[in-house]
Design a protein around this ligand. Structure first.
Ligand SMILES: CC(C)(COP(=O)(O)OP(=O)(O)OC[C@H]1O[C@@H](n2cnc3c(N)ncnc32)[C@H](O)[C@@H]1OP(=O)(O)O)[C@@H](O)C(=O)NCCC(=O)NCCS
Length: 120
């Protein structure tokens, strides 16, 4: 019988870490963490910091969940968070197409949170 390996990750972050960032002036910092598609989405929203912070929390939660499965990620850019047609967040992991990831994001004015479930 096959038994799936399961990893769980959670992360909570302060939005102020991402407040007031400029897409051009802060490019070196932003591009260490976010993909161009993620930046397009976040900077298209009225309050980009919440969406940037939620994605950062999502990536940290993915890293935690993967570690529980004995896998390491070396670049935030290898984790991309996009959306399904209904708006639900979807994670794509570079180089690891068989890893199954379920993510949930939430943000308030101050904080952003993410939960992630991974199965191998
Ligand atoms: C989707 C929904 C749950 C988001 O909740 P919210 O309190 O407005 O916002 P949160 O800060 O908690 O979450 C925002 C995140 O939810 C995620 N999200 C959006 N649509 C989603 C969906 N359909 N499913 C799962 N997650 C979703 C997104 O990742 C979003 O963040 P992002 O824009 O940065 O990617 C809410 O808008 C909704 O549709 N509620 C259901 C209303 C309803 O149907 N009521 C009647 C039956 S009870």
């Amino acid at each position: 019988m096959n038994t799936a390996t399961i990893g769980l990750g959670v992360d909570l972050e302060e939005n102020k870490r991402f407040l007031g960032l400029d897409r051009v002036a802060d490019r070196p910092f932003l591009e260490k963490i976010f993909t161009p598609q993620e930046l397009d989405y976040c900077f298209s929203r009225p309050l980009p910091a919440q969406h940037l912070c939620a994605r950062f929390a999502g990536k940290e939660a993915v890293i935690k969940a993967l570690r529980q499965c004995g896998q390491a990620i070396t670049s935030y850019q290898d984790i991309e968070i996009s959306h399904a047609a209904d708006g639900a967040p979807v994670v794509t992991l570079a180089h690891r197409p068989t890893v199954r990831i379920t993510i949930s994001l939430s943000h308030s004015a101050q904080q952003s949170a993410a939960f992630v479930l991974i199965s191998l």
